[in-house]
Design a protein around this ligand. Structure first.
Ligand SMILES: Cc1cc2nc3c(=O)[nH]c(=O)nc-3n(C[C@H](O)[C@H](O)[C@H](O)COP(=O)(O)O)c2cc1C
Length: 300
C-alpha cells in the first residue's frame, strides 16, 4: 500500500499533518507522538517580530469543539529559526512553517527570512486582519489574496500553501484568486468566527468578544468547502476542520483533498494523528486501494 502523497513537488510519507497552532512547533507533543510517523509537521504561525497575543480568557468550550482567540501569540522569526527549526530537523518528516502578518511587508519579511532555512513548505495564514484595509482579513478579499500570493511567490524559495478562511461568501472565488496569484497549494479551513456569552459573568466568554470555532462542529462545513474548492482549482488541497478519526479525514480526501491536517483533536487525544494514519491504512486494505492518490476526489 502506498501512503505517499506529492504536494506541489514535496513528497510526504503519508497524507497527514497537524493543523497550525494546535501542535506548537512539535516539541510539546514529541513525548506522545513519534514525529517521524507524520507526513509533515505544520508549525504555529510565526511573524516578523514577537506577538504577545490577546488578553485572557482566550479559549472557551463550545458544543462539538472550542473557540479560541489566542491572537497568534508567537516568539517572532529570530527565535523560531534559532530554536524550532533545528528541533524539527531531527525528525524524518516534512516541515511546513505557518506565517502570519498584519500587512504585506510583514509577511514578506518572514518569507524572505525563511527562504534559506531548511524547511520544505510555507503555509500563509491569510485570516489575519489587514491593517491597510480596515482590518478586514486578507483572505476575505480576492484581490488582496491574489496580490499577496504573487508578492510572496516572487521571493519564496519553497512551495507556498495559501491557507483560506471560511468566513467568506464564496470560497471558490478566494481559492481561484490564490491559484491565479501563483499558489502551489491551498489549505482550508481556518476557524469560523463565533461568539459565546458567559451568562453567569454576563460578558463574553473570550476577552476578544469573538473567537474562531474549531473541532467536530465545523467538519461538515469544511468538507463542503474543500469539495467546492476542488471543483474550482487544479492545485492540490490540504483539507482540515474537525478531523478526529480516519473517517473524518477520508471524507476530505474523497471530496478532493490530497492531504489532511488534524487540529483541535490533538488537545483531547494527542495520538489523534497516528489513529488517523492507521485508520486510513485499514480503510485502504478493506476496500482494496493501492495508493492514497487513487482516493483523492473520487466522490463528485
Ligand atoms: C488554539 C488554536 C490555535 C490556532 N492557531 C493557528 C495559527 O497560528 N495559524 C493558522 O493558520 N491557524 C491556526 N489555527 C486554525 C487551525 O490550524 C485549523 O485551521 C482549525 O482549527 C480547523 O481545524 P480543527 O477543527 O481540526 O482544529 C488555530 C486553531 C486553534 C484551535
Amino acid at each position: 500500500m502506498d501512503m505517499r502523497v506529492n504536494i506541489a513537488g514535496v513528497e510526504w510519507k503519508n497524507p497527514v499533518t497537524v493543523a497550525s497552532g494546535t501542535f506548537g512547533s512539535g516539541a510539546e507533543y514529541a513525548d506522545f507522538v513519534d514525529l517521524n510517523q507524520l507526513g509533515a509537521v505544520t508549525t504555529k504561525g510565526v511573524a516578523n517580530v514577537p506577538w504577545k497575543g490577546n488578553s485572557t480568557p482566550r479559549v472557551a468550550e463550545v458544543y462539538g469543539g472550542m473557540m479560541n482567540a489566542i491572537g497568534l501569540q508567537n516568539p517572532g522569526i529570530d527565535l523560531f529559526c534559532e530554536r524550532d527549526i533545528p528541533f524539527l530537523k531531527q525528525f524524518d518528516t516534512k516541515i511546513i512553517v505557518n506565517v502570519c502578518g498584519h500587512a504585506p511587508e510583514e509577511y514578506l519579511e518572514v518569507v524572505e527570512r525563511l527562504a534559506d532555512e531548511p524547511i520544505d513548505m510555507m503555509e500563509i495564514n491569510i485570516s489575519c486582519p489587514n491593517v491597510n484595509a480596515g482590518f478586514l482579513a486578507f483572505g476575505q478579499d480576492a484581490h488582496h489574496v491574489e496580490k499577496l500570493t504573487g508578492q510572496i511567490k516572487k521571493i519564496a524559495k519553497q512551495p507556498i500553501i495559501m491557507k483560506l478562511t471560511p468566513n467568506v461568501t464564496d470560497i471558490t472565488e478566494i481559492a481561484k484568486a490564490a491559484e491565479a496569484g501563483g499558489a502551489d497549494a491551498v489549505s482550508l479551513i481556518n476557524t469560523l468566527t463565533g461568539m459565546k456569552i458567559d451568562v453567569n459573568r454576563r460578558t463574553f466568554a473570550v476577552a476578544n468578544k469573538t473567537g474562531g470555532v474549531s473541532g467536530p462542529a465545523v467538519h461538515p462545513i469544511a468538507v463542503r468547502m474543500v469539495y467546492q474548492a476542488a471543483q474550482a482549482v487544479q492545485i492540490p488541497i490540504i483539507g482540515m476542520g474537525g478531523i478526529c478519526t480516519a473517517e473524518d479525514a477520508l471524507e476530505f480526501i474523497l471530496a478532493g483533498a490530497s492531504a489532511v491536517s488534524v487540529g483541535t483533536a490533538n488537545f483531547h487525544n494527542p495520538r489523534a494523528t497516528l489513529d488517523v494514519i492507521e485508520g486510513i491504512e485499514a480503510y485502504m486494505k478493506k476496500y482494496g486501494f493501492e495508493s492514497v492518490k487513487d482516493m483523492v476526489g473520487i466522490v463528485r
